[in-house]
Design a protein around this ligand. Sequence first.
Ligand code: ADP
Ligand code: ADP
Length: 234
Amino acid sequence: DSLLVVNQIEKTYGKGETRVQALNQISFTIDHGEFIGVMGPSGSGKSTLLNVLATIDSPTSGDICLEEENLAKMNEERLADFRRTHLGFIFQDYFLLDSLTAKENILLPLAVAKENAKEMNQKVDAIATTFGIDSLLNQFPYQLSGGQKQRVATCRAMITNPKIIFADEPTGALDSKAASDLLESMSRLNETHETTIMMVTHDAFAASFCRRILFINDGQVQKELIRRNESRKA
Ligand code: ADP
Ligand code: ADP
């Protein structure tokens, strides 16, 4: 069943001669539990799409409904709350805070929530185990490798149990071993917790973890690939 319904989204930047149509009446649906990839050439609109769906940027027109709630109709206050409780984000550059430990970084999204300390600790421990970073929780970002930092960032995205995680080139700065480890963990998360993940990537290896891939060109879905065979590994 549908988690996210994207209906005729348009996004234009600028005016007159500098006007760019980044998204051109794009429509598609994401079901609960999908691990969906987004690929396409540079400038095709992938980041814009992710930013608009993740409510980081607003569309020029069109509707985005997440579990029947129309994001376009929410006021800024409601949207901020919704973003915090329903959406998770992972970026190529991790965006960890240098002055906080891994554990403190993971707990950040809960800082505004009224959760008790014991429950929060249990949550962090459970998520850290899934990502194999139990022993790194008291380290600071400078003490971690790129792959470890990205696993911390993914735990931070997961701590609120979001409905969907938006990942923009999460493996873009990682070597192939670290990328592979991260993608395995994301797959496990997707399978065991049924966390829906939408991932923009340039990388065919990363895309091979996705069951379904949208190919974007000129701000539209040009084609869609669905993998029949679920097992990716050779
Ligand atoms: P991709 O992620 O596929 O590389 P983008 O979504 O970044 O594509 O960009 C789509 C188009 O929109 C490009 O032509 C890009 O130059 C333009 N664009 C993206 N962001 C902005 C912006 N903030 N202001 C103006 N143009 C933008
Ligand atoms: P990617 O190819 O990974 O999507 P880009 O280099 O296209 O990354 O974009 C990086 C950032 O710069 C994005 O946040 C995008 O919105 C912004 N951007 C892209 N094109 C333009 C533009 N022409 N003017 C202003 N900002 C832009």
